[in-house]
Design a protein around this ligand. Structure first.
Ligand code: NAD
Length: 420
């Protein structure tokens, strides 16, 4: 077994601290708690790519399975410049709690390649993806581990992974990944699923807080798959989206942004920066602007001890995974800010991934309206359970969500026992 230090990273320390705290609250037996603190397996691979300049460059890649006790593993693939084994392991652990919380028959996994995707050509990205897929082949499969898009990856990445895997099997295997393009077995509504799930969670939260989504001011950090869809749907619900950012910086207009026009601007220029009638802001400043709902939908550790005091929102909906450090979480809690935690707020992605996987295995596809109503049902049920547990235990939503997720995984270990 690898040493604990092999997984050392900010996010892994956060994930362990969360687990340890919840294990204590649940009075979890030592033997199961100990098993939950480690991933089941972790693979580190080198991914050599012939670059456009004729030179070979080697990228570091990872695939981690945290727990397989409830079923095959499921989790995204991330392309980002600072990905490391500890971060991927922490994200795999969060996936275990998330899948269990919303009742999916999956364990948690995650993958990553350390790279800056926007600096790679399409040809380089394709080669990187295909070679990475080949290197992790022994860990993936439709009933083994099913990757999906995450930060820096998209439908195209999934199509290359599916094709690479299928070529080695001599047949099409659509069930090996989710988040694929529709034409090769993707699901209606998958692209919008995470953003849509956030809107359902926010609808439930505002209702319970005696508010109405209409007219609330929203700030979104990150305008990719998750952030842009959530911004568009919230704007359609009548929210005022007053600030938005991406990796190049943020924009601000207290009168609200026209999200349709903003999407056209991003499609043309590649960034939200420079959108007419807005004031530029940094990615740090955007978090501190006056608003009702703050939606971090980019990378981890954005709300920290040094800026949590300046967050003005009364609701934080975590679109990103791990955007709030434990210290910042405590500050927000003390200030009475309602934080809808990542494993609940952004679960819409894995829920519709599950629908895509089920549809693919049966070669029978559902209409978008069916996907949307089933997603709403699963999200609302999970939200209600977390809210009720929080009220019963007198805890914040993150603690309640983790308690429910960890309890279910632990129950799986308990009934299956320890092999051999
Ligand atoms: P994406 O690559 O589509 O978009 C990421 C956005 O964040 C882009 O606008 C990018 O410019 C911005 N960004 C990147 N680095 C940044 C930085 N250092 N500072 C500020 N902005 C930065 O990714 P995505 O799929 O939208 O994922 C965003 C977050 O949501 C991630 O934390 C991911 O783990 C989480 N998430 C995604 C899904 C999904 O279905 N895609 C599901 C659950 C959770």
């Amino acid at each position: 077994m690898m040493e604990k230090s092999d997984f050392d990273s900010d996010l892994f320390r956060t994930a362990l601290a969360q687990l340890d705290r919840v294990a204590q609250r649940l009075d979890l037996e030592h033997d199961i708690h100990e098993r939950l603190r480690y991933p089941r397996r972790a693979l580190v691979v080198s991914v050599p790519v012939l670059m456009d300049d004729g030179k070979t460059r080697v990228f570091q890649g990872y695939r981690v399975h945290h727990s397989t006790v409830l079923g095959p593993t499921k989790g995204g693939l991330r392309y980002a410049p600072d990905v490391n084994l500890g971060e991927v392991t922490a994200l795999a652990m969060l996936m275990s709690w998330k899948c269990a919380l919303v009742g999916l028959p999956y364990g948690g996994a995650k993958g990553g390649v350390r790279c800056t995707p926007r600096e790679l050509s399409k040809r380089e990205l394709e080669h990187l993806t295909r070679r990475y897929t080949t290197e992790i082949m022994l860990l993936i499969g439709p009933d083994l581990d099913i990757p999906a898009p995450d930060l820096g990856t998209d439908e195209q990445t999934m199509a290359w992974m599916m094709d690479t895997y299928s070529m080695t099997q001599g047949k099409s295997v659509p069930g090996v990944v989710t988040g694929k393009p529709l034409i090769v077995g993707g699901s209606a509504g998958r692209r919008e699923a995470t953003g849509r799930g956030i809107v359902y969670a926010l609808y439930q939260a505002t209702r319970r807080l005696g508010q109405n989504l209409q007219g609330l001011r929203v700030v979104v950090q990150g305008f990719g798959n998750v952030g842009s869809v959530a911004a568009r749907l919230l704007w359609r619900e009548g929210c005022l989206v007053v600030g938005v950012s991406d990796v190049k910086g943020g924009i601000w207009n207290p009168r609200g942004l026209d999200i349709r026009d903003l999407e056209a601007h991003v499609a043309e220029s590649g960034s939200v920066a420079g959108f007419p009638d807005t004031e530029p802001l940094t990615n740090t400043e955007i978090l501190e602007q006056p608003c009702d709902i703050l939606l971090p939908a980019a990378i981890g550790s954005q709300i920290r001890e040094d800026n949590a005091d300046r967050v003005k929102a009364t609701i934080v909906a975590e679109g990103a995974n791990g955007p709030t450090t434990p210290e910042a979480d405590a500050i927000l809690r003390d200030r009475g800010v309602t934080v809808i935690p990542d494993i609940l707020a952004n679960a819409g992605g894995v829920i519709v991934s599950y629908f895509e996987w089920v549809q693919g295995l049966q070669y029978y596809f559902w209409r978008e309206s069916e996907i949307v109503s089933r997603l709403q049902e699963v999200m609302s049920r999970a939200f209600n359970r977390v809210w009720a547990l929080g009220a019963k235990e007198g805890t914040d939503l993150r603690t309640a969500a983790l308690m429910e997720g960890v309890r279910r995984v632990a129950e799986g270990y308990r009934v299956r026992g320890l092999y051999p």
